[in-house]
Design a protein around this ligand. Sequence first.
Ligand SMILES: Cc1ncc(COP(=O)(O)O)c(C=O)c1O
Length: 417
Amino acid sequence: MADSNPFAAAAASTPPRLEQVQELESRVLMRTYERIPLLAVEGKGPWLYDADGRRYLDFLAGIAVNALGYAHPRITRVLRDQGRRLIHLSNLYYHDYQGQLAERLNRLAGMERAFFANSGAEAIETAIKLARLHGRTITPDKFELVALENSFHGRTLGALSITGQPKYRQPYEPLLPGVRFVPLNDGNRLREAVNERTCAIIVESIQGEGGVFPAEPAFLQLAADLAREHRALLIFDEIQCGLGRTGKWFAFQATTVVPDLVTLAKPIAAGFPLSCVLGRGPAATLFQPGMHGTTFGGGPLACRLALEFLDIVEEDHLLENVQTMGNLLMEGLENIVRRHAQATTVRGRGLILALQLDRPARPVVEQAREMGLLINATHDSVVRLLPPYIIEARHVRQALKVLSRALRTVARGQKAS
Ligand SMILES: Cc1ncc(COP(=O)(O)O)c(C=O)c1O
């Protein structure tokens, strides 16, 4: 038996083989993921290494989680030190870091109070519950939510209920009642959808999984105006685009609009699971003890890692780096659009960028991986790039070179067949 178990092999310090891991997983895991055939063993900075010692420039960064790259020495130090002291506590007792982290995040976002959870979807559930509580303080039938078509808010039932993509929702229907969807940046449809029964409007400041479509400032302003007029909450989901990814702490800070609630997750604790909802005004004081909670949320290790993440972003001027590298990458992608017929447009801001193709993106993504670059295909024809904040100009140049070569190789292959 031991021979067929890759983890037994790893214990004996022989690296496991991809085929062994695939065979084991195919028997023992529920079939939720269609994995890429890459067996990762370690990472350093923006580089990921596989079991054969091949290295990949990772411009996907754990889907926007690994903003500091892999094995950041300051993160490793905190892991080691806090791991020796206190990893988990429960929310029954106090520890030193949750309050400090809430204060830091509130200050950065212009918010007043925080709730910590573990995943993006759990932060969204929390925001939905707050929206429901808010509605009930006004009238019992104020429970409708207005969300956007093509949005993605997570896989739990509440989060799916406001995710505007039938392919994720349909197998689990019926979902929460009273959700209306409107197209992104369509002010008229938004006006029609919001009414006195609306308890919240929820918007990704930049739709990430949906293909990197930014909400226009005027649309966000209209959402804020309608929310005020109809006494609904305005919720921004910045789980993918927040915490520095756009070159500002929060994507909404490129506008003058401030939401009542903002959800955060992915990069917050440098790869350790943590998420949060920040709130201001009445929305921040709706919960009373016992009304909401979670066992793992906001533990000492997670919060200390998040404090270190914020320190590193500040001390190493990473927001500025995101802007500079984002501009460089954007210019390079625009250049690719000029030179490659199958690439049509570039979208995004900072280091959340997309190259729109006129055909399926998957072959290009696979070819790029063969050539040592990790990127991702979303929404069939979109190449999404979410590199870590620590990248340098040489990494950007290399990524652009590989992407360009991958586009050329795939186009040549498609012409020949
Ligand atoms: C904008 C947004 N909201 C919510 C989620 C769900 O987060 P999680 O997968 O951590 O539950 C995601 C995940 O990609 C996301 O991009």
